[in-house]
Write a protein that binds this ligand. Structure first.
Ligand code: MG
Length: 299
């Protein structure tokens, strides 16, 4: 079940830990986020237009339906749920009282495409990708016309400003900061139906305290499959979904190893006590496995 390609991977995994199936029968899972304070996982069942909730004691239940074809999730510095909606073409925040606030739905008067994945920086700013995938098909939110090119955005909830931080993408997808927030990793995949699509993770230097990004370079090319969503551990390793499981990539770009998963992995997150349990969205099935690493404090 484990491919150890580099000795550094031996200390990251527990080779006696089983890959446990937590649930199946979904359409396509995405956007997992861990709530340590509630000991629960929220995860999008995207084409079924719902968000599921999982706990160790009571298993899976529907958290929200319809979800606006929710995709990526994270939490802000106050612990509130931040989500991407394909159908509504916006970024939203679920308040402590349960109301949903739309944070960003337009840029320079034009509608966003289909926000895909989102992370929060320690300064409270919210960074998200806005490719076209989610409005290309009825399956993932409904065919709609794109008004903007694919781009990566930074939203500042203090003043409501939205700015493009990078726009030279075929299709930006998952994203995560390095633990010291000096780097931003962004998966790029597409064009969706091309015979030889882009399938790499790029890395950008964060400049001027987050006001600018460097031009970015290819950090790692994922094969087989795509890098969709990923997370970073406390040592800066990148754990990404791929066509044959979870790949672990060192900060120097070396692939350290793989956890084999029987279905394509779209997305994952660290959670559980100690943030050492990896929750894995594998097509229609949700898996978990204990690791010997801990997810970075800010997912
Ligand atoms: Mg994604």
């Amino acid at each position: 079940m484990f491919d150890i390609l580099d000795d550094r991977f031996r200390t990251c995994v527990l080779t006696n830990a089983p890959l446990v199936k937590l649930g199946e029968g979904f359409a396509w899972l995405e956007g997992p986020v861990w709530f340590a304070d509630h000991e629960c996982l929220l995860v999008s069942d995207l084409p079924n237009d719902r968000i599921m909730r999982w706990t160790e004691s009571s298993g899976l239940s529907v958290f929200r339906q319809p979800s606006g074809f929710a995709n990526g999730h994270t939490r802000d510095r106050q612990g509130r749920l931040i989500g991407c909606s394909h159908r509504n073409r916006w970024i939203e925040r679920t308040e402590i009282d349960g109301r949903v606030t739309v944070l960003a739905d337009r840029y320079q008067g034009k509608r966003l495409n289909a926000p895909n994945d989102v992370v929060c920086k320690s300064d409270g700013t919210i960074w998200f990708s806005d490719p076209h995938y989610g409005i290309n098909t009825d399956y993932e939110g409904g065919k709609q016309r794109a008004e903007l090119p694919s781009a990566l955005y930074r939203f500042n909830p203090d003043d409501g400003s939205l700015r493009v931080v990078a726009d030279d993408f075929v299709g930006p997808n998952g994203l995560a900061f390095s633990p010291d927030e000096r780097l931003l990793y962004v998966a790029e995949s597409g064009p969706q139906f091309a015979p030889d699509p882009v399938r790499h993770i790029r890395v950008f230097d964060i400049l001027d305290g987050g006001e600018r990004l460097s031009l970015g370079s290819v950090f790692h090319s994922v094969s087989p499959g795509f890098a969709d969503g990923f997370r970073v551990d406390v040592d800066g390793n990148v754990w990404t979904g791929a066509g044959d499981g979870v790949h672990c990539i060192a900060p120097d770009g070396t692939k350290l190893g793989r956890i084999a998963v029987p279905f394509t992995v779209s997305n994952l997150t660290f959670g559980g006590r100690n943030r050492s349990r990896l929750f894995i969205c594998a097509s229609h099935t949700l898996f978990a496995i204990y690791t010997n690493q801990r997810g970075a404090e800010r997912p």
